[in-house]
Design a binder for this molecule. Structure first.
Ligand code: IVH
Length: 700
């Protein structure tokens, strides 16, 4: 396609998405996809300057105000921000700034920056007349916004009378900031919308925009909107660069300018007159410190309670701001540092079904690989049949994929405008993709199962589970190898492993004499695994490491557990009625008892004498989360050390967590949450102390 055609195509697409985003508050594609369209157009225009038109979306801010509101002209235009996405780009912005200011190295190193979270809401301009709330306007196209005075009046965080003697303030003070909806309020609103059969909002930003831009301010009043103020407008701070001068902007003098020599002064004043000012804001010196702020903020982004999509970095000194001025669309003295996007769209290549060890058939999305949430995603679970139907995603759709923090990737939904004609809804396969026997979904159940106990797919998962680390821990026996052994007809259940001979293995592809010997030795060594590992290996529903330890402690040997009644099981500390029923049912089934017999014949130890001496039960009632890599413990080892002492070791931090143990490269989200909840964070030495004494080490 010729550049001119491609530019025209991009402009059409951008105009379409801009309308959905700004006018209808209902975007179809993630912000990052929209930014990518603008960037693509910008690249064409940079290579072919003759294609730049004055009305090109690259030259515009926002969208024309909607006719539903009275127009509100901005005294000083509301511009947009240039963005950077890496340390390198941040440094390049810094160097440009330094050069424009003619600063020497030393002076540049001492530059002070205000670092603010970039709130993902919508910008607002609020004007006061002698300290009294007078007018509020959205950004609109930057010159003329929408008059939303009555709507903003209902936002509790917006002061109607400024908490300062009006004599201290200019007659016409303008405050700018971001209106946003806290995440909890967003979730509550969507729950209400769903109950009322109304459309759901895609994210808190759209919900905030949709809530503010209501004809009836009473609706806005019911929406729990809030605001963070970040700017005091003075014409003194308005664009003063060459382009602005050429466009004929007039400088209106405001009295505040003299007393607000720094952005940090403005923030202080905003706080004093009664506006919420974001508590994360920091003033730092030098770009390294700016970058450090951005990284710390990103690590905390999911713990804030409202959405942010980056940081805004502002030169603190207003006289320097004025020397830098602005380009036609953005100030030169501030820049947005954007976090990697957490949502992107990509092609849904196929929906496939995987078979777990219990036979559960789980649909999953095979995606064209896409960078999202800081990693490349090509697979995402779709959970079950109803989830696929609810989202109505079809192979061939462009879908929105979300990967936020530690959370596993998720398919949010299709981009309907990009659905090719004739795509059929996806239907759950009637047969197991592995054994081709019919799949079964029982009435009232969400999950579908392959009920063929001999299904090789299930066998593979069961044997791989049996050999996994928390179970019999057979080194070198992963899913692929298990598959190979089943295909070669050497094993059909885990007990067959104990009959494998070196010669049989050595003849298989990918094996040599040595690797065959090693595997046989590893299988042999697994005969002596402690009882909790054996219990996990049996794959009893609801029996993971914690329950297995509780059983081993209480009963000491497998035969005693198998002989126990449901009541006896239920009387065990840490075992409830559902788990007790599941264990009793498992050992009640003939094929499971036969499996245990075969293990016994294979010489697997069943506890009794082989049970390791019980550890002191000094962590009873304590819940300890482990994150990152420890030196002397594997992850399983650390968890076993906790559970064998009666404690719990869940995978996420909650208000019930007693302590978090952080090794190297810990999960940022876990640490942030622990900090927020005031939960002690231990290093490895602290963890050892806790294991020994059962007490948290003294702080300090
Ligand atoms: S400063 C020139 N500070 O981000 C306009 N903006 O992408 C810059 N935003 O329109 C205003 N948090 O709606 C500024 N702490 C913050 C912000 C912030 C969010 C929004 C604002 C602006 C957009 C630019």
């Amino acid at each position: 396609m010729r550049p001119a055609e491609r530019a025209a195509e991009l402009r059409r697409a951008i105009a379409h998405h801009r309308r959905l985003y700004y006018e209808l508050d209902a975007p179809e594609i993630p912000d990052a996809d929209f930014d990518a369209l603008i960037d693509a157009l910008g690249a064409i225009e940079a290579a072919h300057p003759e294609l730049v038109t004055p009305d090109s979306p690259t030259q515009q801010v926002g969208s024309a105000p909607s006719a539903a509101f009275a127009p509100a002209a901005h005294r000083v235009p509301m511009m947009s921000l240039d963005k950077v996405v890496s340390f390198e780009e941040l440094v390049a912005w810094g160097s440009r700034t330094k050069r424009l200011l003619g600063l020497e190295e030393e002076a540049a190193a001492g530059l002070r920056f205000v670092c603010e979270p970039k709130i993902d809401g919508l910008s607002i301009s609020i004007t006061y007349d002698r300290g009294r709330y007078a007018r509020a306007a959205t950004r609109g196209d930057g010159r003329v916004g929408e008059d939303v005075t009555e709507n903003v009046r209902t936002i509790e965080a917006v002061p109607l009378e400024l908490a300062v003697d009006p004599a201290e303030l200019p007659a016409d003070l303008e405050v700018r900031g971001e209106v946003y909806l806290p995440i909890a309020a967003f979730e509550e609103l969507n729950a209400r919308q769903q109950a009322a059969g109304e459309k759901l909002f895609a994210n808190p930003r759209n919900a905030a925009a949709g809530s503010l831009r209501q004809r009836d301010p009473k609706v806005t009043a019911g929406r729990a909107l809030s605001v963070f103020a970040y700017q005091v407008v003075s014409a003194d701070l308005a664009p003063a660069g060459p382009e602005a001068a050429a466009s004929g902007e007039e400088a209106v003098e405001l009295e505040t300018a003299a007393t607000l020599g720094r952005q940090s002064d403005s923030l202080e004043l905003l706080g004093r007159i009664g506006f919420p000012v974001n508590p994360e804001i920091e003033v730092v010196t030098g770009l390294e410190a700016v970058y450090d702020f951005c990284q710390r903020l990103e690590a905390r982004r999911h713990a804030l309670g409202y959405e942010i999509d980056g940081a805004v970095v502002k030169i603190d000194d207003v006289s320097l701001q004025r020397r830098l001025g602005a380009t036609s669309h953005a100030p030169r003295w501030e820049v947005a540092y954007k976090f990697p996007p957490e949502e992107r769209s990509t092609l849904l290549e196929a929906i496939m079904v995987s078979i777990g060890r219990t036979g559960r058939a789980t649909p999953f999305a095979k995606l064209r690989p896409v960078r999202v949430g800081g990693s490349t995603v090509s697979l995402a679970s779709l959970h079950n049949e109803d989830q696929v139907a609810l989202k109505d995603v079809r192979p061939g759709d462009t879908v929105v994929v979300r990967k936020a923090g530690d959370v596993i990737p998720e398919v949010v939904g299709p981009v309907l405008s990009e659905r090719p004609p004739g795509l059929e809804p996806w239907a759950f396969p009637a047969c197991c993709p592995v054994c081709h026997q019919p799949l079964v979904r029982l009435e009232g159940e969400a999950d579908t199962y392959c009920v063929n106990a001999d299904c090789p797919g299930q066998q593979r998962q069961r044997i791989a589970h049996f050999a996994s680390r928390g179970a019999m821990d057979i080194e070198g026996l992963g899913e692929q190898r298990v598959h190979q052994l089943i295909e070669a007809g050497l094993v059909s259940d885990a007990t067959d492993l104990y009959r494998l001979e070196v010669a049989q293995l050595a003849s298989l592809e990918g094996f040599a004499e040595l690797s065959a010997r090693n595997l046989v030795a590893a299988i042999d060594a697994s005969r002596d695994r402690p009882l909790p590992n054996l219990l996990v290996a049996l794959g009893i529903r609801h029996v993971g490491a914690t329950v297995a330890h509780a059983l081993a402690r209480a009963f000491g040997a497998l035969d005693r557990i198998m002989a126990a009644s449901r009541e006896e099981l239920e009387a065990t500390e840490g075992i409830g009625s559902i788990i007790a029923a599941s264990i009793a049912a498992h050992f009640g089934a003939d094929h499971n008892r036969a499996f245990v017999d075969r293990l016994r014949q294979a010489g697997v130890s069943f506890g009794g004498a082989a049970v390791p001496p019980a550890a002191p039960q000094n962590l009873l009632g304590k819940s300890i989360v482990v994150t990152g890599t420890l030196e002397a413990f594997s992850r399983e080892g650390a968890e076993a050390a906790i559970t064998s002492r009666g404690g719990k070791s869940p995978g996420s931090v909650s208000p019930r967590t007693t302590a978090v143990v952080a090794g190297s490269s810990p999960g940022a989200a876990k640490l942030t949450k622990a900090e927020q909840l005031g939960i002690p964070i231990l290093d490895e030495a602290g963890f050892r102390q806790l294991l020994e004494s059962g007490e948290l080490p003294a702080a300090g």
